[in-house]
Design a protein around this ligand. Structure first.
Ligand SMILES: [Zn+2]
Length: 430
């Protein structure tokens, strides 16, 4: 643990970086020029200056591309030609897609800074370590649903992409065996995985009595790990399971420490907090992220769309700088609502489903203010599940429970697990 003087120096450095980022944006970046009228000016505390500013929306980003977020004097066309940066499009439905500039060096430096927040990552994630990645090919790696790609075609630098399919529903038994064998041969230090994909591999290994090679750590990205997934993953993999939270636009924003809390990556971004309301503790809320040190593309006060829960007490790991979260509770688009209209986060729903149904994959769709439809991949006794769901949604909630259903990922390759139909679960967005 750092001594008090070091911590206060870190906080000071963070405030100064926040200030430089804000002032450069207001002065040099076309889109933010209009935000000058909200800024109370340098005599106010930096937190107050940020709090006075509006929020950036996806519509703002789309409507002001390609030059609105680039500092004056920076030639992005030349940088694109030199291949210092490239254009990327985030995954999701057409209405959710955003194009932005991708600066690999900025991304790598954000990732390296996040590793410092967990001792296992600090020791083993050196930047030259072997890493296997298990997620939808819509997120990273080469994609090929019809033909299988051999080992060599799924290698890139220090990475091995275990899967080339857009959905794990396309995996046959030999794909599972291939992944287990490749993990044994490649022996990665880090396995980065989408929990919706990894749990299936773990369940297969357990059912077949096969051992999975143990990495130094599993890092969850892309999705919130759920209880039924952790049930299988913890039985097959005995290394630390660490969640890393970030997005294409924002870089690495939070990393779980050795005590399971999420610490803000203060070297890479600023995070402001907006409580949700309707919760006496004010610990549940949204986050607004401002990126640091991105030469080409400045994002300020952007809500990545997740519901977080602030830590109720200092973390025993001793890290004091930046925001500390007890948990990330799922996306807003995965929230459902009880009969009085209060949001139920995916995390709360997940705990309820796991405690009443056991380790089973599920998807809940709320069709209107009273109708809920819960589908399971396997058979389940509906009685206890219905009672448990009525406890969180209300006694008069109409709950339909269906077993042996096919649960497929959305267009982004990720699984939804829950959502209100009005929020687009029907179009299976990203
Ligand atoms: Zn901690």
């Amino acid at each position: 643990m750092a001594d008090n003087q070091t911590v206060s120096e870190e906080i000071q450095a963070y405030q100064e970086l926040s200030c430089r980022t804000l002032e450069r944006a207001l002065r040099e970046i076309p889109f933010y020029a209009a935000w000058n009228e909200f800024d109370p000016g340098p005599s106010a505390h930096i937190d107050q200056r940020f709090a006075a500013l509006p929020e950036l929306t996806k519509e703002d980003i789309r409507g002001n591309f390609p030059f609105g977020f680039v500092p004056r004097g920076v030639d992005v066309s030349a940088a694109l030609r030199r291949k210092d940066i490239e254009l990327v499009e985030t995954s999701g439905t057409t209405s959710e897609k955003v194009t932005n500039y991708w600066d690999q060096r900025w991304w790598d430096s954000s990732e390296r800074a996040s590793w410092q927040l967990n001792p296992v990552m600090r020791s083993w994630a050196t930047g030259t370590h072997r890493e296997a990645i298990l997620t939808s090919s819509k997120n990273v790696g080469r994609s090929s649903d019809k033909l299988d790609l051999n080992f060599a075609r799924r290698r890139l630098d220090r990475f091995l992409y275990l899967n080339e399919k857009t959905s794990p529903l396309l995996w046959q038994s030999y794909h599972y065996r291939r992944m287990i064998e490749e993990l044994r041969q490649y022996a990665p230090e880090i396995l980065e995985a989408n929990p919706s994909y990894l749990w299936r591999l773990c369940r297969f290994a357990l059912e077949q009595g096969l051992r999975i090679e143990q990495p130094r750590a599993v890092v969850f990205t892309y999705e919130l790990p759920l209880q039924y997934q952790l049930y299988y993953i913890r039985r097959a993999l005995h290394c630390p399971l660490i969640s890393s939270y970030g997005t294409t636009e924002l870089g690495y924003v939070f990393m779980q420490c050795e005590h399971g809390r999420f610490h803000q990556n203060t070297a890479s971004c600023r995070v402001d907090y907006r409580p949700l309301g309707g919760d006496d503790t004010m610990r549940r809320g949204r986050i607004l992220v401002t990126t640091f040190n991105n030469e080409y593309y400045q994002i300020m006060r952007f809500d990545p769309g997740d519901i977080v829960c602030l830590a109720s007490e200092p973390c025993p790991c001793g890290r004091e700088e930046g925001m500390v979260l007890d948990d990330i509770e799922g996306r807003f688009s995965q929230a459902t609502f009880d009969r009085s209209g209060r949001p139920v986060t995916l995390r709360s729903l997940d705990e309820t489903v796991f405690s009443s149904a056991g380790p089973r994959e599920y998807e809940l769709t709320q069709r209107d203010s009273r109708d809920y439809r819960l589908r399971f991949e396997t058979g389940v006794d509906p009685g206890p599940v219905k009672t448990a769901l009525q406890k969180i949604y209300g006694d008069d909630a109409r709950i339909a429970i269906e077993s042996n259903e096919v649960i497929a990922p959305g267009v982004s390759g990720k699984f939804r697990h829950a959502g209100y139909a009005g929020y687009g679960i029907i179009n299976r967005g990203g």
